[in-house]
Design a protein around this ligand. Structure first.
Ligand SMILES: C[S@@+](CC[C@H](N)C(=O)[O-])C[C@H]1O[C@@H](n2cnc3c(N)ncnc32)[C@H](O)[C@@H]1O
Length: 239
């Protein structure tokens, strides 16, 4: 019988494959548009507004001057947060499963980054060869994994991080729980990997119980809701 850890690794890998296909092929153009200034329909505009607010929130939890600091943008997408962190002087390692999005980010990297540096990579944010970091940000890149897999991923990231890990999760609210139950009765019309919402208390319990996170405590948290965008930011701080 496979061990619990092996089962988790398998569910992480399975989901990772779906996410890669989705962001690299199905949704790459939509994602480039969402993260640009191009005009959007009303609903997507609310999502963009929510995501802009989320990015501002996460950036406000990072030092204003990041000269000489190393930051991992874990699941960087088109690299919008990467650019902002590099403008503060950080050395950013920006990694994403989607080579298409990474290539787009690379081609659109502005030249006015001062002392900031960016290294773009395509691959898994948990890859062993990424080095060590002062800060890690995973904005909306763990929301498609089971909560247990996300926490296991955070625990692996924690080993290589000295100051803070900022991540987001999809908060499970009672209306959403009903929608998910009803939704499971019907086949999904699109190919997008489902978002895996988790209750705030359950997530806090999983984080507290993980022995690899014993040296970490939860700092600030902020939920952002804008139209169809609902996501909650969490700051983990090394004690
Ligand atoms: C919702 S998008 C967010 C992108 C970016 N962080 C932002 O907020 O604009 C999620 C991204 O996470 C990436 N991702 C998911 N799992 C990943 C993993 N294990 N390693 C690297 N990237 C991952 C996806 O490919 C996708 O581009």
């Amino acid at each position: 019988m496979p061990s619990f850890q092996a089962t988790m690794a398998t569910s992480y890998q399975l989901r990772r494959g779906q996410i890669e296909t989705y962001f690299d092929r199905t949704a790459a153009d939509a994602w480039k548009k969402l993260t640009s200034d191009a005009p959007l329909g009303r609903i997507r505009a609310t999502v963009r507004a929510g995501r802009d607010e989320m990015r501002r929130t996460l950036l406000s939890w990072l030092p204003q001057d990041m000269t000489g600091l190393r930051l991992l943008d874990a699941g960087c997408g088109t690299g919008v947060l990467t650019v902002e962190a590099a403008r503060r002087g950080a050395h950013v390692v920006a990694i994403d499963l989607s080579p298409t999005l990474v290539q787009h980010a690379r081609e659109n990297l502005p030249s006015d980054l001062g002392s900031g540096r960016v290294e773009f990579l395509s691959g898994d944010m948990l890859a062993d060869n990424l080095g060590v970091f002062d800060h890690v940000v995973a904005m909306d890149s763990l929301i498609h994994y089971r909560a247990t897999d996300s926490v296991a991923a955070l625990a692996r990231i924690a080993r290589r991080t000295s100051r803070s890990i900022l991540f987001t999760f999809a908060p499970l609210t009672p209306p959403l729980a009903v929608m998910i139950t009803v939704g499971r009765l019907f086949p999904r019309g699109d190919r997008s990997p489902a978002i895996e919402p988790v209750g705030e208390k359950r997530l806090a319990g999983l984080l507290a119980r993980d022995s690899a996170l014993i040296d970490w405590r939860q700092g600030q948290t902020k939920r952002i809701e804008s139209g169809f965008y609902k996501s909650q930011a969490v700051e983990l701080l090394r004690i």
